[in-house]
Unconditional design. Structure first.
Length: 304
C-alpha cells in the first residue's frame, strides 16, 4: 500500500524515536518526509538523510506550524511514553502528551492536514473484561493514561467540530528491535538485555498480569492504513488479540536466548494495570488491519 503515498508530503512528530523512526524509514522511499523531534528521547543520527529533520518541541506553536507547511498527512508519535515518569512528574507528562497534541491538531487545522495520533491502551485503566473493545469504559490509572485519553478525545472532537480528518490508534504494548528499555512497553528490550548479560529478569508483581504485545511492523501497517482510510474521526485498538503473562514472556525470552538468568519478583509498580488485551475487530473491519507477526516470531527478530 506504499504506492498510495507516492508524491505525498508527510510529517512525523517524534520521528527520531522508536515508532516514529520506523514510520520514517518505511515512508522515505516514496514520500517527502519531514521529521519533528526535540531529541529528548530520540536519536537525530537515526533519521535518514532523505528526510528533512527539524529539531523542535511540539509544544511550540510556531515550530509546529512551520514544520507542517505543505504537509498532507501527520503521524503524531511524539510523546513522553512512561507511566512511571508520569506518576513522578504529571505536569511534564500532560504538557508533552496533551498540550503537545492540541498544538499539533491546531496546526493541522490551519494547514488542512490529516492527523493520525498515537493513543494508548492506558486510557482504559483496569478493564472490567478482557479483551477490551473501543466502547469499554475509560478509567486511566496514571497521569500518562489520562493524558492519552485527552489526546484521544481531542482527536475525535477536531473531526466532529472542525471537519479535520483524524484517526486515533490505541496502541497496546508495542515492541521491536531498537526499542528503548522502559516500562512494560519496553519490557522485552529490558528482558533481552538482561538475559544476554546473564543478569536476573525482574518481574514486578506476581507475574500473572497479562499484556498484548504487538510488533512494530504491524503498528506501522496500522498507521499507513489509518492515513488513507475513509473511516475518519474514529479510534481503533491496535494489538494482536492475544495475551501473555509477564512470567510467560520472561520464560520465552530465556528460551530463545538460551540464557540461564533467573526470574526474580519485586513489588508491583504504581499505576500499573492487572490485565490488558485488545479486541481488534473494529480495526480489522474498518481499516483492514491484520497483525502478521506472532510473539514467537517477534522474539526471534530480537535474536537475529
Amino acid at each position: 500500500m506504499l504506492d498510495q503515498f507516492a508524491g505525498t508530503s508527510v510529517l512525523v512528530t517524534g520521528g527520531a524515536g522508536f515508532i516514529g523512526g520506523k514510520l520514517v524509514e518505511t515512508l522515505v522511499p516514496v514520500a517527502d518526509v519531514t521529521v519533528l523531534d526535540d531529541c529528548s528521547g530520540g536519536d537525530p543520527e537515526s533519521v535518514p538523510s532523505e528526510a528533512t529533520f527539524v529539531q523542535g518541541d511540539i509544544r511550540d506553536r510556531e515550530t509546529v506550524s512551520d514544520a507542517m507547511e505543505g504537509i498532507d498527512v501527520v503521524f503524531h508519535e511524539a510523546a513522553l511514553v512512561s507511566v512511571s515518569r508520569s506518576v513522578e512528574d504529571p505536569l511534564e507528562s500532560h504538557t508533552r502528551n496533551a498540550t503537545g497534541t492540541l498544538t499539533v491538531l491546531e496546526a493541522a487545522r490551519d494547514h488542512d492536514a490529516r492527523v493520525v495520533c498515537a493513543s494508548s491502551a492506558a486510557i482504559y485503566g483496569q478493564p472490567d473484561t478482557v479483551p477490551i473493545s473501543e466502547t469499554d469504559p475509560t478509567r486511566p490509572t496514571s497521569p500518562y493514561g489520562l493524558d492519552k485519553l485527552a489526546l484521544d478525545e481531542y482527536t475525535r472532537l477536531y473531526h466532529e467540530l472542525y471537519g479535520l480528518e483524524t484517526v486515533a490508534l490505541r496502541y497496546f504494548n508495542v515492541y521491536g528491535p531498537g526499542q528503548p528499555a522502559n516500562d512494560y512497553s519496553g519490557v522485552i528490550s529490558i528482558f533481552f538485555d538482561r538475559a544476554r548479560a546473564g543478569e536476573p529478569l525482574t518481574v514486578f508483581g506476581d507475574g500473572e498480569q497479562t499484556r498484548d504485545f504487538v510488533f512494530i511492523d504491524d503498528v506501522v501497517q496500522a498507521n499507513l492504513r489509518a492515513a488513507v482510510t475513509d473511516e475518519v474521526g474514529e479510534a481503533y485498538n491496535i494489538g494482536t488479540g492475544t495475551r501473555v503473562t509477564i512470567t510467560e514472556l520472561a520464560e520465552s525470552v530465556l528460551e530463545v536466548t538460551g540464557s540461564r538468568s533467573e526470574i526474580v519478583y519485586d513489588d508491583p509498580r504504581e499505576g500499573d494495570i492487572r490485565h490488558s488485551g485488545a479486541d481488534i475487530s473494529k480495526a480489522r473491519e474498518m481499516l483492514g488491519f491484520e497483525p502478521s507477526v506472532s510473539l514467537e516470531g517477534g522474539l526471534s527478530r530480537f535474536v537475529e
